[in-house]
Design a protein around this ligand. Structure first.
Ligand code: BV8
Ligand code: ZN
Length: 254
């Protein structure tokens, strides 16, 4: 690991009174959660972008539910990695850090619960821009429930609403759908107020989520990017740390 870049990132983050952290699929890669796009993202023969849409769900809800049931079971078997845990310890150990994530896995939340008691853990829970794999809502009355077992063998067997009988859908934001307004507002407010922005494991290709980093940069924040590959934020990065989050993040926030 490039010592100078690590030292620069540590200093950049330590001296900032207010920091926004923005994460993507890469922060969960070392936990065994496949990335969303690129080679690792493929499920059977489908690209995630083709399944994570209201059109795909309308066309074949059984297939889309089978995919989400598979992802849920897979993520439930995963554990937070050193990057999730280091971020949770850092955020509960100091003031002024806001965690914003695109991830629908619950590994940031689980890391927070592992390192701190409830009240404290709440401070390290992320603002989730794209929803969660672990709750569903009704397509008719929007009633929300905690995720349960899914029988994706037939449409009648799929989860249905206990209140109105409508078909339930995963509580995630699909392509072409609006993001949760309060989450976007809270994330952009934290970005506009940040003196530093730490980006971990995201290509930065999905909007409006990627706008969080551009907002922070435009507000004068210094930006550190952690990623083994190229990202769309590399040009605006003040420090780029090339490598896996599980190795690098504990070194810059620990
Ligand atoms: C909307 C939930 C409008 C579902 C997700 C402007 C420009 C261009 C396009 C658009 C635009 N505005 C809107 C669009 C369209 C679209 C979009 O952005 N398309 C992209 C693909 C071009 N956006 C939308 O559709 C959004 N909605 O715009 O609505 C609207 C307005 C009004 C009214 C109605 C509608 C909604 C987008 C949200 C989609 N849902 N997830 C589910 O999960 O099933 S997005 C999903 O994909 C993730 O949440 C995440 O956001 C994204 C994946 O991106 P990354 O996290 O970056 O992951 P990726 O695999 O790409 O990269 C991983 C990175 O990690 C890599 O850089 C890799 O090198 C790195 N890495 C790997 N290993 C490690 C690592 N890093 C560190 N350590 C390691 N070990
Ligand atoms: Zn309902």
């Amino acid at each position: 690991m490039n010592e100078a870049a690590t030292a620069a990132a540590r200093a950049l983050l330590a001296r900032a009174l207010r920091v926004v952290v923005f994460t993507g699929a890469g922060v969960s890669a070392e936990s065994g959660v496949p990335a969303f796009r690129g080679a690792g993202g493929l499920w059977k023969t489908f690209r995630p972008e083709d399944l994570a849409t209201p059109v795909a769900f309308g066309r074949d809800p059984r297939l889309v539910w089978e995919w989400y049931a598979w992802r849920r079971e897979m993520v439930a078997r995963c554990r937070p990695n050193p990057a999730h845990l280091a971020l949770a310890r850092w955020i509960t150990g100091r003031a002024g850090v806001t965690l914003v994530s695109q991830n629908v896995d619950d590994l940031h939340e689980r890391a927070a619960r592992e390192v701190a008691a409830d009240a404290e853990a709440q401070r390290a829970a992320p603002i989730k821009l794209h929803g969660s794999l672990f709750h569903d809502h009704c397509t008719r009355c929007r009633h929300r429930v905690e995720a349960g077992p899914v029988d994706a063998s037939s449409v009648p067997g799929l989860p249905h609403c206990p209140l109105c009988g409508g078909l339930m859908r995963p509580g995630v934001v699909w392509f072409g759908e609006m993001l949760p307004v309060r989450a976007v507002e809270a994330a952009l407010a934290a970005a506009a107020d940040a003196e530093a922005c730490l980006v971990v494991g995201t290509r930065g290709a999905v909007y409006p989520a990627a706008g969080v980093v551009h907002t922070a940069k435009a507000a004068g924040a210094r930006v550190a990017v952690v990623d083994p590959g190229e990202t769309e934020f590399d040009d605006l990065a003040d420090v780029k740390l090339v490598g896996p989050a599980g190795e690098i993040v504990p070194q810059i926030v620990g």
